[in-house]
Write a new protein. Structure first.
Length: 313
């Protein structure tokens, strides 16, 4: 008699298969908290000092009448918008108002914020793209089921991890795809690109301004100077290695063994850009914490633990 073979079971992705309401709550704090820190140090109201003729609103912002922008681009209007958005971000981070509508309004405000900034620069900086997309997608997930200031335990879903696993995986997928597509575009331009002096020229253009080193913001001027004296082959190898790391980013969702090496490589990638070009990517570096898996859930559970009350005397 032949032995019956049990049907194969669907095995969930190794990353975030143990996600809980606390995990997704910590992801909410990480994402919107990063936005709060970003906006807190960004003097948005100084956009009013730029000439109005340089303003070219992208996308849906282009349909807004010019008279509205004449008022919106005033220093007082921009400051009021900045303060209001900071307040909304703080409420979302703390979970004071557990409402998905609030998340949607805050995400819409972030879209307008990025649209205002990019209207004067002519491009969308990919440093904020993943953060913006994740903020928008969190509208569809129960991000207030855990890690909120207010006790709101009636909102939890006992035994149902699916919404939390899905929310965490979507956030990680968006982040990994931003790296993957950057590497893909680079390959689409042709492999011959890696044999040129493209990376060395980029380092020079970012680290040097008007014939002098610009290390005033973060990095001392001697560090880019030392990097530029490296042999051309070093830049070509670094260019190819960084592209390979970017292309491998989605594998961090599925391979437990490769994940630490990919995350470490991406961190090293951002640190090297900071040292060589004086271009920081704090948003992406913060979001890489989403790939920590088990440690992320442990920290979330510890932060969301019930606080024992002392007995009344």
């Amino acid at each position: 008699m032949s032995r019956q073979v049990a049907p194969p079971r669907l095995v969930p992705a190794a990353l975030h298969q143990q996600a809980t309401a606390s995990s997704l709550g910590l992801a909410r704090v990480l994402v919107f908290g990063t936005w709060f820190c970003h906006l807190a140090v960004d003097p948005l109201q100084r956009l009013s000092e730029l000439p109005r003729s340089a303003y070219e609103p992208p996308g849906a912002l282009a349909v807004v009448p010019g008279r509205v922008w004449d008022v919106a681009l005033r220093s007082s209007s921009l400051l009021a918008f900045r303060c209001g958005l900071l307040l909304a971000l703080a409420v979302v981070v703390l979970g004071l108002v557990p409402s998905q509508v609030l998340v949607g309004v805050t995400a819409a405000g972030l879209v307008v914020y990025q649209g205002l900034v990019r209207s004067f620069s002519g491009h969308m900086n990919h440093a904020e793209l993943a953060l913006l997309y994740i903020s928008m997608l969190f509208v569809f997930f129960p991000v207030f089921d855990g890690l909120t200031v207010r006790p709101w335990r009636a909102r939890t879903r006992p035994g149902d991890r699916a919404p939390y696993v899905a929310g965490m995986l979507v956030a990680c997928l968006v982040l990994s795809l931003t790296y993957f597509f950057v590497g893909t575009v680079r390959l689409w331009k042709g492999v011959d690109l890696f044999g040129t002096s493209t990376l060395r020229d980029l380092v020079g253009s970012f680290a040097l301004q008007d014939g002098r080193f610009d290390g005033a913001s973060v990095i001392p001027s001697g560090i880019p100077a030392g990097i530029l004296v490296l042999p051309p082959l070093a830049f070509k190898v670094a260019f190819a290695a960084s592209t390979l790391i970017e292309l491998s980013a989605p594998l961090a969702l599925f391979s437990r063994r490769l994940r630490p090496f990919i995350v470490a490589g991406l961190l090293l990638f951002h640190l090297s850009i900071l040292l060589a070009m004086n271009v920081p990517f704090p948003e992406n570096m913060c979001l890489l914490a989403l790939f920590s898996g088990t440690w992320f859930h442990r920290v979330a559970a510890w932060l969301d633990r019930p606080i024992a009350r002392s007995p009344d005397p």
